[in-house]
Design a protein around this ligand. Structure first.
Ligand code: AMP
Ligand code: GLY
Length: 422
């Protein structure tokens, strides 16, 4: 079977790495991929939002299954386009991807279906939003409605910060049209978890729960990033809580989407807050695999990923059972100094081979490029160094042992990934 993976991050390297282990997969293409995917796939230089180009490639090469990494092609309707052309693809349709593409749609669906989430109000007028602030009491969580590359959420301690956030989103339009509408919601306290499930629109199969580390600095301080590291499993999600999440959030959401005429298939990724009373609430839904959560999750998956995703694309998940490695997995993201703000690119990376030689370690590439035969940095999040261990502490030790072998000028990483699990 020939597979096309769309995207060029650490998530896509992990997808290619895992798909390459399937006896049914004979050839993997990555569009556009990165130097890491080039180790297990053939990179083709088509951009993830070039839907016509991707469709033409998949048709010409008779791709058996296309797997979409990032959200943008999904919200642009790549799944609808491929299916119209008779091409098999794993991911939600354009109307189903609205679950991530519009926070207002997502909140409406949650509330209409009694799925637990923070209380909220929606606004399409900056003046009315400001008026509301005067009546309500802080803190405020302010979110742009549309896609903002993970930067559209502002946690505001007081009214001044909230006014600034509204001004930036709705008047200065720093996220363009994504900020025409906003929501203001209550701040939830607790512990976050990333809960991903695979669905064909009927059956819903949970993946192993994970925890991301969104802030740039140790002890969850500093600005938000795309994710500085992740681990799985997380003790925050016990087997009982997993059942509750499935019964009160994941299955109802998939049923609701079908009932509203937007059948959802693909990955449903719930960003959850486990509130102090132990109840899970939805912070957001994403319509794709998480990055970096996919790296520790897939290194623990014993089952064949191709079988799973093909079964989902063909609507036969009912027959699928997953098996998981009992080990723990920790992924430490190595980033360019300065990220998530400005950073330099083109720094030569040393130590990749030494790190990869360590047992149970995989170095996933994200923002890397090849320059004159050398692997150099080319993005904010550069590598996801992922290790399996007997328990979280062992996995942490192994991951950092590998991290310490890798160097470039300006390298930055958090030193506390996984510590919360201890
Ligand atoms: P989102 O992109 O909606 O997942 O938000 C990004 C991050 O903002 C989340 O991972 C949380 O850390 C934080 N966040 C979002 N909504 C809330 C909320 N209602 N209460 C507390 N933190 C939140
Ligand atoms: N790790 C957060 C995300 O993938 O959205």
């Amino acid at each position: 079977m020939k597979v096309l993976v769309i995207g060029n991050g650490g998530r896509e390297h992990a997808l290619c790495w895992k798909l390459a282990q399937s006896p049914r997969v004979t050839k993997i293409f990555a569009a556009p991929g990165n130097p890491g995917t080039a180790l297990c796939a053939e990179n083709v230089s088509i951009a993830p939002d070039d839907i016509a180009g991707l469709k033409a490639f998949a048709a010409a090469r008779q791709i058996d299954l296309t797997i979409v990494g990032p959200e943008v092609p999904l919200t642009l309707g790549i799944v609808d386009e491929f299916e119209k052309a008779g091409l098999k693809i794993f991911g939600p349709s354009k109307r189903a991807a609205e679950l991530e593409g519009s926070k207002i749609f997502c909140k409406g669906l949650l509330v209409r279906n009694d799925i637990p989430t923070a209380r909220y109000k929606r606004f399409d007028d900056a003046g009315l939003a400001a008026f509301y602030l005067a009546e309500a009491s802080p803190p405020f969580v302010i979110k742009a409605d549309g896609l903002a590359a993970g930067k559209g959420v502002f946690i505001c301690a007081n009214g001044d910060e909230a006014h600034e956030a509204i001004d930036a989103i709705m008047n200065k339009m720093v996220f363009g049209g994504a900020g025409r509408r906003i929501i203001i919601e209550e701040l939830l306290e607790g512990r976050e978890a990333s809960f991903l499930a695979i669905t064909d629109g009927k059956s819903v199969i949970p993946l192993a729960p994970a925890e991301d580390h969104k802030r740039i600095y140790d002890n969850d301080t500093g600005p938000n990033t795309g994710g500085m590291g992740a681990y799985s499993p997380t003790p925050a999600v016990t087997p009982e809580l997993e059942r509750e999440i499935m019964q009160t959030i994941m299955i109802p959401a998939v049923r609701a989407m079908a009932a509203e005429g937007r059948p959802y298939k693909g990955v449903l990724y719930a960003g959850l807050m486990i509130t102090p009373d132990g109840r899970p609430k939805v912070l957001e839904f994403n319509c794709r695999f998480g990055d970096p959560e996919t790296q520790p999750i897939l290194t623990r998956l014993d089952s064949d990923l191709f079988e799973l995703l093909m079964a989902a694309a063909e609507g036969r998940l009912e027959d699928i059972r997953l098996s998981w490695n009992a080990k723990s997995s920790v992924c430490v993201v190595m980033a360019s100094g300065g990220y998530p703000d400005n950073y330099e690119k083109g720094k030569a990376i040393s130590g990749l081979d030494e790190a990869a030689e360590l047992q149970d370690v995989v170095v996933f590439h994200a923002g890397t490029a090849m320059e004159n035969g050398l692997v150099v940095t080319s993005g904010g999040r550069v590598l996801g160094v992922t290790a399996l261990g007997d328990g979280i502490q062992d996995a942490i030790n192994r991951a950092y042992e590998a991290v310490e072998k890798i160097y470039w000028d300006g390298v930055y990483y958090r030193t506390d990934i996984g510590r919360k699990a201890l």
